[in-house]
Write a protein that binds this ligand. Structure first.
Ligand SMILES: *[C@@H]1O[C@H](CO)[C@@H](O)[C@H](O)[C@H]1NC(C)=O
Length: 240
């Protein structure tokens, strides 16, 4: 290949290299479970040490303990699904094969088709939101991402923390949405366990591990497309 051509290809590939998003072990991004819960999810969740006033992303009881938490916080567990992403409009039972998000089987805002397995869940939000963009997570760590997704999609109480409530929602404002939550108190011990399980796993390092900032950057990088990836691999083949 002519040297001039190689220089040109390297310049083009430089764009794609710049778009590469850095990865770091989660214990370097988040000093503790507090930063993991709060920063990773861009303020959707708040680390709460008073466990009687904090929601859990998973449970083993027959009745959802988050309903009691809502009462304790002076709210009513909703009989509607206020969040709208893949959610139903009202909570209800799911079929017998509803196993992945089983705690919510009797009363869920999610549908079996959308949460049938981790492989299904990880595809739900587009490639930029995948939790394995820095490589496959350990099983111990991935479990927490699955639980968070079940909690977000299935628990009616999450709808109490919608960023733009029905009252405030303005469909003509492009910043408004029906999927985002804000300031939902999560049990500190749950966040600490998540951190303990994930501390050695790699995650996107932008803004010290802000999943939302990372997703926006991955979307841009992915948009540069197949051509740049191809050029980059040709250049690396010639320059190795
Ligand atoms: C689960 O059960 C429902 C209803 O019985 C069915 O429609 C669905 O195909 C089953 N399988 C999965 C993987 O959702």
């Amino acid at each position: 290949m002519a040297p001039m051509m190689l220089v040109l290809l390297a310049a083009v590939a430089g764009v794609a290299v710049a778009a590469d998003v850095p990865c770091r072990p989660m214990q370097e991004l988040y000093p503790s479970g507090k930063e993991l819960c709060e920063r990773m999810w861009d303020g959707a969740f708040v680390y709460e040490t008073d466990l009687s006033r904090a929601y859990t992303m998973w449970f083993f009881e027959r009745d959802n303990p988050n309903d009691k938490v809502s009462h304790k916080l002076g709210k009513t567990p909703p009989n509607k699904c206020y969040l709208q992403y893949l959610h139903k409009t009202v909570p209800g039972p799911e079929p017998d094969n509803f196993t992945e998000c089983h705690p919510w089987k009797n009363r869920a805002c999610c549908r079996q088709q959308t949460v049938s397995s981790p492989e299904k869940i990880i595809q739900n939000y587009g490639p930029e939101w995948r939790w394995d963009r820095c490589g496959t997570l350990s099983a111990a760590c991935e479990r927490f991402f699955v639980q968070e997704a079940c909690f977000y999609e299935c628990d009616p109480n999450a709808g109490l923390y919608r960023m733009y409530s029905d009252k405030d929602f303005d469909a003509s404002n492009p910043r408004h949405n029906k999927w985002q939550i804000e300031g939902m108190p999560i049990r500190a011990d749950y966040c600490d366990s998540w951190w303990a399980a994930c501390r050695n796993d790699l995650f996107c390092a932008l803004e010290q591990g802000n999943h939302y900032v990372c997703a926006a950057e991955y979307e841009k990088a992915d948009g540069q497309g197949y051509f740049y990836t191809l050029v980059k691999s040709i250049v690396s083949w010639f320059t190795q």
